[in-house]
Every structure is written in C-alpha cells, then in structure tokens.
Design a protein around this ligand. Structure first.
Ligand SMILES: Cc1cc2nc3c(=O)[nH]c(=O)nc-3n(C[C@H](O)[C@H](O)[C@H](O)COP(=O)(O)O)c2cc1C
Length: 219
C-alpha cells in the first residue's frame, strides 16, 4: 500500500474479526517499529506481544480491579465522575482483552541532552523535571516506534489501537507479566500497550483539525 493511503485510512481500531495474526507478521511489524529514530539512538523500547487469550483477560482483569478501586474512592467525592471512570474502562480499555494481539510496550528512562550538564551546575529540580518529564524525549522516541508499528500493521491488513488508559495499572501489569511469563527487563517499565488484528468494518473516528489550525509557516 502507498504510504499516503496508509496515513489516510489509519484509524484506531477497537473491534476485531476473529482472524489469527501469525507470529511472522507480528515480528515484522515490531521490526518496523524498532527502525524508528530515537534520542541518541537509545532504542529505549521492548515489545511483549501476547496472543494468549487467558493472559490478555488476566491483564484486563488486573486493570479492572484497579479501575474499581479508584472508582470506589471517586464515588465518595463525585459519583458521576466515578461512573464515568468505570465506563471509560469498559469502552476504551477493556476491548484489548478480545483483540487477537496485545503488545505491552516497555521503555526505559532516557537522559536528555543538557540533563547531566544542568545537574552538574546545580540546576533546579523543576528545570530537570521539565527536560525529562515535560518535554519527555524518551517518550517521544517510543511514540515514533508506535507510529511505525501502526503504519506497518496497516500495510499488512491489520488495525491497531494505541492504549495508555491502562497506565494507572502499569505496576500491576508489570507484576502480572513477571509472575505469569517471567518477563522483566532491568530498568524497563511499561509505557503503553497496543492492540492489533483484522478490523471489523465501519468503525468511526473523530474529526481532525484542519491543517490551518495546527500549522504556522514563516517565509
Ligand atoms: C498516546 C495515545 C494513547 C491512546 N490511548 C487510548 C486508549 O487507552 N484507549 C483508546 O480506546 N484509545 C486510545 N488512543 C486512541 C485515541 O483515542 C485516538 O487516536 C483518537 O481519538 C483519534 O482517533 P483515530 O485514531 O481513530 O484517528 C490513544 C492514542 C494515543 C496516540
């Protein structure tokens, strides 16, 4: 498929056909993701691709437990918001349990240019935080890999949905994967997940802003 067409048709896919995704395809897609640029070529990513249905459900359940834990506390402050949080989990998180493939994406901390230098000259905590967390070049690198993953998946006839709405249960997911499959990697933490499979037809996407709203050109 032409890149222009892939970019045009890309949309987040939350409903999948019950069609198998062979491991060769997943590996090729991850290889495309790993070709992405990264700050200082750190390649701060690791992809744990899961086809096992039981494990996907266990991950979704772990997120569900944490969601309910937070929602119960929210109910005491604002019941409407507590219910909204539960619904969000139901519609925008839990769907990954039935996706043919769920990839949990790990990352590690990236030390941005200027961080060590600023530390050395006694830079303020806020200035250092601004470099690492706010501008977050480490996560920008992961984002580049995620987009490669997405575009390569479409080229193979799949659809994906990038998922960060389970990140409040990231620690629980990391512990579960350690317990269930023995996965852990020194210095790495869960950054996000991405579901993948053959898309069901007629899925809707929200409108995008016109380019004029997001573009400034100076001649
Ligand atoms: C960093 C990131 C995190 C996202 N997290 C979720 C998520 O947790 N659940 C979900 O259903 N969609 C998630 N999405 C998909 C967005 O909701 C979607 O990209 C946006 O609404 C635009 O729709 P489109 O992708 O169909 O164009 C995420 C997208 C990005 C880039």
């Amino acid at each position: 498929m032409e890149l222009k067409e892939i970019i045009e048709i890309r949309q987040s896919i939350r409903k999948y056909k019950d069609v198998d995704v062979p491991e060769e395809d997943i590996k090729e897609i991850v290889a495309a993701a790993a070709k992405a640029p990264s700050g200082k070529n750190i390649q701060n990513w690791h992809f744990v691709a899961i086809k096992n249905d039981e494990l996907k459900v266990k991950i979704a359940d772990a997120v569900g437990v944490k969601n309910e834990e937070i929602a119960v506390r929210m109910d005491k402050v604002d019941e409407v918001q507590g219910e909204r949080f539960r619904k969000f989990y139901k519609h925008f998180t839990r769907f990954f349990a039935t996706a043919p493939v769920l990839t949990v994406v790990y990352s590690k901390v990236y030390t941005p240019s200027g961080y060590n230098e600023l530390s050395l000259v006694g830079g303020a905590e806020k200035e250092l935080w601004d470099l690492v967390d706010y501008r977050s070049p480490g996560m920008q690198s992961v984002g580049a890999a995620m987009e490669n993953y997405t575009l390569a998946a479409i080229d193979k006839g799949y659809g994906t949905c990038w998922i960060t709405s389970a990140n409040y249960a990231a620690k629980e997911i990391e512990a579960l994967l350690k317990e269930e499959i023995g996965f852990e990697k020194e210095g790495y933490f869960m950054a996000c997940m991405i579901s993948m499979g053959v898309p069901e037809e007629d899925q809707k996407s929200p409108k995008k802003k016109p380019v004029e709203d997001v573009y400034t050109f100076i001649e």
